[in-house]
Structures are given as structure tokens and as C-alpha cells.
Design a protein. Structure first.
Lengths: 190, 314, 432
């Protein structure tokens, strides 16, 4: 009974995820495309929950919602027509894209079919979240720390490169100005 | 660890949250009424003012819905409905006394994820109407989200760190003796701020502010408006209520049973927030953002560090 | 009576009110606001939220269009009333509520047709809404609703031309254009007119904004035509009448000045989002105008002023907005509190409130106002132009580059009174 229910939920979420992914390319509005993608990703989060990885599943929901909402900001920045009045399409370079898609699909499907999947040994841990934490902060600590720092450095570097105004523009050539000279004043004066 | 509540709790939860929301809105209406027209002269007048939210709801039910030119109704409706849905889903991990509708092992992350749905909801509602003012309201909320979310995450992480668990029940159990609010005051205050910000209410109502004629809600009428604004009150009740298990010891307390303590503490937090709202103008994000990232983020990080050191040494 | 009818009647017992004032109708607006507050009806800021549109002042024919548009974007049941004369408000509101309850109980059928047809022809505004559910007659909905599947057929052809679509129109609405932002990114910009039907907005003011995101890139200051009526501008009345040789006491002039400043402060505080104090300012304003004595009102007024002065959050929130140093103000011809404040929106607010507090002692002064005293609430009335004209002139310069929210605060912190423009052609306005 339980297994059947799991199967049903799996297939419903899987179909919804694929349908959401398809709709990204069918919708003619950026907003709808973004939120179709979000639907798809939320379904994937549901699948992860189904695997018993509560933490990862919920974090996918959390992160993807925020991420897609932010993506909407950029969308608004570049295309301000409310409610996506301007028709658009997500399809570009159709033939090339189709070829790439087919190849990637074939490779992945072949991988799934050909890989020697191991059979389960032992039981799943009682608290997968704890195990995940121990793994990330144990054997994989160096990887995660390096990765984290690299990502953070990338973000900072991108912002620094993208910003035209630096501290000399804001605080004067001797950096002595009491209040930053910004187009819009902030909350702490820095 | 709290027991799982029976199934009927899932049905009662939305109703209980709605009652709490109406009472809170009524209290707010009484305070607004006394600012606007002086203190209520009679008990009848006070009662009349307190029922204003109910009358308002009835009025909106009688109103016909409307729509704007070339609106994206699918997304707009989705945004409107998502607000109360997010509130109720987040409320599922709220423990009442020693029971919650559900107490998953990652309850705190669940709460945070559901609350993040409001990001999408407000933006969608603002976008859908195809009106410049409501769109401005919609992306004001995203700016607000970017400002409050980081300090908020660090604040709730601090509470989880203190209990060494992401399960809400464990966080409550860890406060048997000492409330987290006592030794994590910075995290508590930041949480209260972000509770208001998540519910885009009070000093954080800029996404729906008067200067944009109602912002994200500017084009909503009738039932749409009722669901959206009612959902906002639900969200406020849930986010304020969640500060009780996180920082105020949940159902722990002498004499009274657990559920009564939860109710009392939640009412106290809500009363504090509603009354405190009178003291502040709306916080605009172009100012608050800098404060949040330059002051609140380091503050909550220091708070988390302090708690981590204490936990490691006990 | 059936239950349905009872529910509908109860629901519309306290309709939500949207007040729109036309230039020259300040007194009527104050009357309407006081009456609505006395009745405890909710006040809203957008047509979508309103049941009752109260138009203060008699609309000229050229006002008909935007007022109609506002009324059309209200959800059914909706009623519009025009308050044209002083003393009518209470009666008009009572009648309007009767209309509303009737209409809520028996939704109208016969009137619908002409309304729907009017909608079919016009889609020129972002903020105009349409009702649905008006029975079979719905040409507007079909014309206005752009079916998304329509695009999919020719979606493929738009592959690379997507960004050249800016000049076209969809559903009768113009598309956004593009322009460089302040970081030299090329982004979409929208041209959006704001006013005259906004809440907490100077009556009759229209700002044509070029918005990029919510940054005001460019602004064109415009206003509804201001006809010089039989009565002088309400806020300047005592001084103009004194200049005309009429007997006016100093107390009356001070009272009018204090009320004017409280009105402006209330508006600014409402825009800033501090409703609690804003409504207190408005209540005090109405008490002043209805003749409250200095002692009677002094305590409450001082408490309110002190609360504003002590609020660090308010200062943090609006300091630095709309910076207007005295020399720039003087060069632009600004004379009143905006010149004396010599600073930003916060300084101007404090200047108003300080003048109000100082005025408290003079409220009951019965000496006659000197006929050569022509300093109204917004500045000198005998200058080459009315004081509010100067405020309008500097508006564009102060608003350009501000965020939309800040722009609203800057407008409210100057609070030009468009009634004064009726004085425009007469230099030394005293002889008007």
C-alpha cells in the first residue's frame, strides 16, 4: 500500500516536472516561463523528499523559490512590460538546440540503462540530515570549504567588476567624506 | 519529543489561524480607530471598531471581482492564493503546547521554505494585474526579501544551533529551563523584525504601501483582495507565532497547560508587534537594505558564533 | 427580508471611500474627509478597493474622462458622487450609501450596456480595469484580453527580432522603450502619468514620469486646469481678504496657517507610512478649523509634535530626501517654510510642525491682521508668482533620479497647493 502510494506520487511529480520543463519553452511570457521552471524544480524537490532526504528536499524548495523570484527581478529589469505583454520565445537556434538535446538525452538514457547500479547494502540511516552534515563537514570538508570560498569570491569579484563606481567616487579622493556620495542614500551612510 | 497530532488537527489549523488573524486585525482596528477618532466612548463603540475586519471581509465578499486590461490572470490568481496557502503550510509545524500538526525532522527549514513562497506570491500578485503601480509593489517585496532573508536565516539557525536540532519539538524541549530569547536576544529581535517583513505588514508594508495606491494589491478587488489581505494576516499570525517555539520556550511554563502558554505567548508577541507598529513609519528598503546587510547580518553571525561556542563547551 | 439581501445590505453599510479633490475644492475635501471619518467608513487609496468615489468640486467637462475611467475601474457595486457645495457632504454621503445598498441588493442590469460599450473603445491606460460578469454584453473583454495562445502560432518568427518589438502595441497599450540607466545599462523604461486621482496627492497635480524600474528618470510637471473661482484659495483666504480690506483677525490667520501645515504634515506622514500620526494630524487640523481653542487643543497638539520630533526612525527614513538648500530655493523663487527649512524633507516637516506649535499662542488673538501681511502658509502672496508655482518649478529638478517612493515623499514634503495657481496672472495677488 505504502509502496503503491509512493509510486503514484513519484509518477505524478515526475510528469509534472517534465510538463513544467516543457512549458518553459511553450509559454510566450518571461514570467510564465520562470514560474513554469519553478514548478518543475519544486516537483524535483518533492521527488527528493520522497527519497527520504527531507533536508535536501526542503532546501531545494526553499532555494529554488527564492532563486526564481530573484530571476524575475532581472527579468523585470530587462523587460519591464507588466504581465509580459511583449510576446517572446525561449527557443533560439532551433536546429542546433535540437541536436544537442537529442545527444544529451541519448547519452543520459544510455548511462541510466548501461550503468551497473549497485544493490542496496545495509539500511538507510535514521537521520540522513545528520549523515549529510557529517559527510559535508567530515571527509568532504576541504572540498566544501574550497567550493564555498570560490563561489563567494566569484560573487564579490563579479560585483566589483560590474560596479562602475568605487570607493573613491563615493568617499572622495582622500576617502575622508563623512557620507557616501550615492545616487540614492542608504541606511547607514557607508 | 511532541506527539503527532491527530488528523483532525489539519482541518482545525486553518480555522484556528483564521480566528487568531481576525482577533489580531480587530485589535489593530481598535488601535487605529482610537488614533483616528479618539478613544472609543462606549463599550458598544469599541466592539463595533473591533469587528471592523469582519465587516470589511463581508464587504469584499459582496464586491464583484474585476480585472485589468491584458492581465496575466493565471499568475495573478496564483499569487493571491499562494499567500494564505503558504501561511497555513508554514503553520503546520507550529507546536500548540506539545503537539503540532506535523513535526518533521527538518521543521525549521520547512517553515523557512514555506515562508519563501511569499516571495513568489507577492511578486506574482503585483505582476499579474498589468499595472505599473502594482508591479512596483511586487518588486518592492523582492527587495525586502533580499534585505530580511539573510539575517532571518541566521536568526533561526541560531535557535536550531542552540537546540542542536532542526526539529521544532526539540527546539522547544531545549528551552525547558532557559528561554532562547534570554541568551540569544539579538537573534530574537532580528527574528521579530523579519516576522513583520515576511508578512509584509506594519513597518514593512512598503510592497502594499499607500504611496503606490496599495502596491501589489492596488488592482485587487472583491474576493481576490480578501484572500490576499486575509492571507497576509494569517502570515503575520504564523510568523509571530513561530517566535514562541523558537525563542520563548513554546508551551513551557508553570501552572497552565502547554497550549494555554502557547496561546498567551503568541498573543503577547502579536500585541507587541501590533502596538509597536504605531511607533514606526514604513521602512523603505533603499535604507533598510544597508542596515540589514551592514549591521544585522554581522550581528546575527556574532550571535550564532556565541551560541556555537556555548554549545560546544557544554 | 431574505437573508441574502440582509447580508448585502450590511456589507455596504460602511462603504470604502476614495476621495478625489479637484483644484479649488480644498474646503470641500476637508469637509468630506471629516464627515467620512466621523462615520467611521474605511478610506482607501485606489479605485479597485473603493465602493464610493467622492469627487470634491464640480468637474469641468475636460475632467469627465479621467473621472469616468476611475469610476469604471471600481468594482461593482460602485457609486460616484460629486460634492459641489459646502454643507452638502453629510447628505450626499447618506444618499450614496442608500444607492450602494440598493445596488448591492439588486445588481443593476439595464445600465450595464452603455458602460460596457464605453469600455470597448478605450484601452489607453494602464490602470483602468474592467468589470466582468455583466451578462452577455461583453465586447470589452474580448477586445482587451490578449489570448496568449494567439502568439504561439507566430512565436517562432520572433526568434531574433524579439527586442525590436518595443514600438508596437499590445491590447492597445504601448510597449516599453529602452534607455540607459544610471549605471549605463540599457533597460526598459515606462512612461507613466501619476495623478490626479491618487490618494495623499496635491489636488490636480499630474506628473508624467519616465520610470526605469522604480527610478524616476525624467519628469514633466503638469496639472489640471485651475479656474479662478469666486472664492480665493482656501489656505490663503485670510491674508487675501485682509489685503482686500476686509476685517480679519490675526487669530483666524494663524489658525488657517496651522491647519494648512497640519494638512501638509498629515499628507507627508501618510506617504511615509506613519498612519498613526498622520490621522492624528488630520484630526487636529479639523478641530482647529472648527474653532477649537488654544488651550483645548494645545495638549494633544504638543504631544503629537513631540512624537514626530523624537522619532529617530522617521529621521533615518526621510533625511536627505529632496535636499533644497536656501540659496537654491531662493533662486527658484520659493518663499515660505520650504525656504526657511533650508534642508531636506525632514527639515521641512519639522518646520511645519514648529510653526504650528508656535502658532498655538496666537490662535485666540483678536487683533486685526495687518493688510500688508501677505505671508500665507506656503510663502509670500505678493511676489511675482504664487508661492506654489515656485514649488512646482523646482519639483522636476528634485525628482529626477529619485526612487519612486522617495519621489512621492519629496512631492508631499513640498506640498504645492494648486488652488493658488488661480492667482497666477495677477502680480501682487492681493488685488485678485
Amino acid at each position: 500500500m505504502r509502496a503503491l502510494l509512493d509510486d503514484v506520487i513519484f509518477w505524478v511529480l515526475a510528469l509534472l516536472a517534465v510538463a513544467g520543463g516543457l512549458m518553459v519553452f511553450r509559454f510566450d511570457s518571461m514570467a510564465r516561463a520562470t514560474y513554469a521552471l519553478l514548478t518543475s524544480l519544486l516537483c524535483v524537490g518533492g521527488e527528493v523528499l520522497l527519497l527520504g532526504l527531507d533536508y535536501l528536499g526542503v532546501v531545494i524548495v526553499l532555494m529554488m523559490t527564492i532563486e526564481m523570484a530573484i530571476m524575475a527581478v532581472f527579468m523585470v529589469m530587462y523587460m519591464m512590460n507588466p504581465a509580459g505583454l511583449m510576446p517572446m520565445t525561449m527557443l533560439h537556434n532551433k536546429q542546433g538546440a535540437a541536436a544537442i538535446c537529442a545527444v544529451v538525452f541519448a547519452v543520459l538514457a544510455a548511462g541510466i540503462l548501461l550503468a551497473p547500479w549497485p544493490s542496496r547494502r545495509g539500511r538507510p540511516p535514521d537521520d540522513p540530515t545528520m549523515d549529510l552534515g557529517l559527510s559535508l563537514m567530515g571527509p568532504q570538508m576541504l572540498t566544501m570549504m574550497t567550493l564555498g570560498l570560490a563561489l563567494f569570491a566569484t560573487i564579490v569579484a563579479t560585483v566589483v567588476l560590474a560596479t562602475r563606481r568605487g570607493r573613491y567616487d563615493r568617499f572622495g579622493d582622500d576617502l575622508k567624506a563623512r557620507r557616501a556620495d550615492d545616487p540614492v542614500r542608504g541606511g547607514t551612510g557607508r | 519529543m511532541p506527539d503527532a497530532a491527530p488528523l483532525w488537527a489539519a482541518v482545525v489549523l486553518p480555522a484556528a489561524l483564521a480566528v487568531a488573524a481576525v482577533v489580531t486585525a480587530g485589535f489593530d482596528a481598535v488601535l487605529s480607530g482610537s488614533a483616528e477618532r479618539g478613544p472609543a466612548g462606549s463599550l458598544r463603540e469599541a466592539g463595533l471598531r473591533a469587528t471592523a475586519p469582519l465587516r470589511e471581509a463581508l464587504r469584499l465578499l459582496v464586491q464583484q471581482p474585476r480585472r485589468t486590461t491584458a492581465a496575466d490572470r493565471l499568475l495573478g490568481r496564483l499569487g493571491v492564493v499562494l499567500v494564505p496557502v503558504a501561511a497555513v503550510l508554514a503553520g503546520a509545524v507550529l507546536p500548540w503546547g506539545s503537539r503540532a500538526v506535523s513535526d518533521p525532522s527538518v521543521g525549521i527549514v520547512w517553515f523557512n521554505a514555506m515562508e519563501a513562497l511569499a516571495w513568489a506570491a507577492v511578486w506574482l500578485a503585483g505582476w499579474g494585474a498589468n499595472s505599473a503601480l502594482s508591479l512596483i509593489g511586487g518588486y518592492r517585496f523582492l527587495a525586502q526579501g533580499l534585505a530580511y532573508e539573510l539575517p532571518h536565516m541566521f536568526a533561526i539557525t541560531t535557535a536550531a544551533l542552540g537546540a542542536e536540532s532542526l526539529r521544532v519539538g526539540d527546539v522547544v524541549a531545549a528551552q525547558d529551563g532557559l528561554w532562547f530569547a534570554v541568551w540569544m536576544p539579538a537573534a530574537f529581535v532580528v527574528y521579530l523584525l523579519s516576522a513583520l517583513a515576511m508578512a509584509f505588514w506594519g513597518p514593512f508594508e512598503h510592497p502594499l504601501a499607500r504611496d503606490t495606491a496599495g502596491g501589489a494589491a492596488a488592482e485587487l478587488a472583491g474576493v481576490d483582495r480578501l484572500v490576499f489581505l486575509g492571507g497576509r494576516w494569517l502570515l503575520l499570525v504564523v510568523t509571530a507565532g513561530f517566535s514562541v517555539p523558537l525563542f520563548l520556550g513554546g508551551g513551557h511554563g508553570p501552572l497552565l497547560p502547554g497550549w494555554a502558554w502557547t496561546l498567551l505567548k503568541t498573543a503577547a508577541v502579536l500585541a507587541l508587534l501590533v502596538a509597536g507598529r504605531r511607533l514606526l513609519p514604513t521602512l523603505r528598503m533603499e535604507r533598510y537594505m544597508e542596515l540589514a546587510w551592514m549591521v544585522l547580518v554581522p550581528l546575527t553571525l556574532l550571535q550564532a558564533l556565541f551560541v556555537a561556542v556555548v554549545v560546544l563547551n557544554r | 427580508m431574505d437573508l441574502r439581501g440582509l447580508v448585502r445590505r450590511t456589507a455596504m453599510n460602511r462603504p470604502a471611500v476614495l476621495t478625489v479633490a479637484l483644484p479649488g475644492a480644498t474646503e470641500l475635501r476637508l469637509e468630506a474627509e471629516a464627515e467620512v471619518r466621523r462615520r467611521g467608513w474605511p478610506v482607501v487609496g485606489a479605485p479597485a478597493a473603493a465602493d464610493l468615489l467622492v469627487v470634491c468640486g464640480v468637474p469641468a467637462p475636460e475632467h469627465a474622462e479621467w473621472l469616468d475611467r476611475m469610476e469604471r475601474s471600481m468594482p461593482e457595486p460602485a457609486v460616484r458622487i460629486v460634492v459641489g457645495e459646502s454643507g452638502q457632504v453629510a447628505h450626499a454621503l447618506g444618499m450614496a450609501r442608500g444607492d450602494l445598498t440598493d445596488r448591492a441588493v439588486t445588481p443593476r442590469g439595464g445600465h450595464v450596456d452603455d458602460r460596457s460599450e464605453a469600455q470597448a473603445g478605450e484601452h489607453g491606460d494602464h490602470e483602468h480595469g474592467e468589470h466582468e460578469g455583466h451578462g452577455p454584453h461583453q465586447p470589452a473583454d474580448h477586445a482587451a484580453h490578449m489570448d496568449h495562445t494567439d502568439h504561439q502560432g507566430h512565436g517562432g518568427r520572433m526568434d531574433h527580432s524579439g527586442h525590436d518589438m518595443h514600438a508596437m502595441e499590445v491590447a492597445g497599450l504601448p510597449m516599453a522603450e529602452r534607455g540607459d540607466d544610471r549605471d549605463e545599462l540599457r533597460l526598459d523604461q515606462l512612461h507613466v502619468p501619476f495623478g490626479p486621482g491618487l490618494g495623499d496627492w496635491p489636488a490636480g497635480l499630474v506628473l508624467r514620469l519616465t520610470l526605469q524600474g522604480d527610478v524616476v528618470q525624467d519628469v514633466e510637471v503638469d496639472h489640471l486646469p485651475v479656474a479662478s473661482g469666486p472664492r480665493p484659495p482656501f489656505w490663503d483666504e485670510p491674508w487675501l481678504r485682509a489685503a482686500h480690506g476686509e476685517e480679519v483677525t490675526r487669530g483666524d490667520a494663524v489658525r488657517r496657517r496651522c491647519a494648512a501645515h497640519l494638512d501638509s504634515a498629515g499628507r507627508l506622514l501618510a506617504v511615509v507610512g506613519w498612519d498613526d500620526i498622520a490621522v492624528r494630524c488630520r484630526r487636529l487640523r479639523d478641530e482647529l478649523l472648527s474653532g477649537a481653542s488654544g488651550e483645548g487643543i494645545g495638549g494633544a497638539l504638543r504631544r503629537t509634535v513631540r512624537r514626530v520630533g523624537r522619532s529617530r526612525a522617521l529621521r533615518w527614513s526621510i533625511a536627505g530626501l529632496g535636499e533644497l538648500p536656501a540659496d537654491r530655493a531662493r533662486a527658484a523663487g520659493v518663499t515660505g517654510p520650504a525656504l526657511a527649512a533650508d534642508g531636506d524633507a525632514y527639515d521641512r516637516l519639522l518646520m511645519w510642525l514648529n510653526e504650528v506649535e508656535r502658532g498655538l499662542e496666537g490662535l485666540d488673538d483678536t487683533r486685526p491682521l495687518a493688510p500688508d501681511d501677505r505671508t500665507g502658509p506656503r510663502g509670500r502672496l505678493d511676489g511675482p508668482q504664487p508661492p506654489s508655482q515656485a514649488l512646482l518649478d523646482i519639483l522636476a529638478e528634485l525628482l529626477t533620479g529619485a526612487e519612486f517612493a522617495c519621489a512621492r515623499i519629496i512631492v508631499a514634503s513640498l506640498d504645492p497647493d494648486l488652488d493658488e495657481l488661480a492667482l497666477a496672472p495677477v502680480p501682487g495677488a492681493a488685488h485678485a
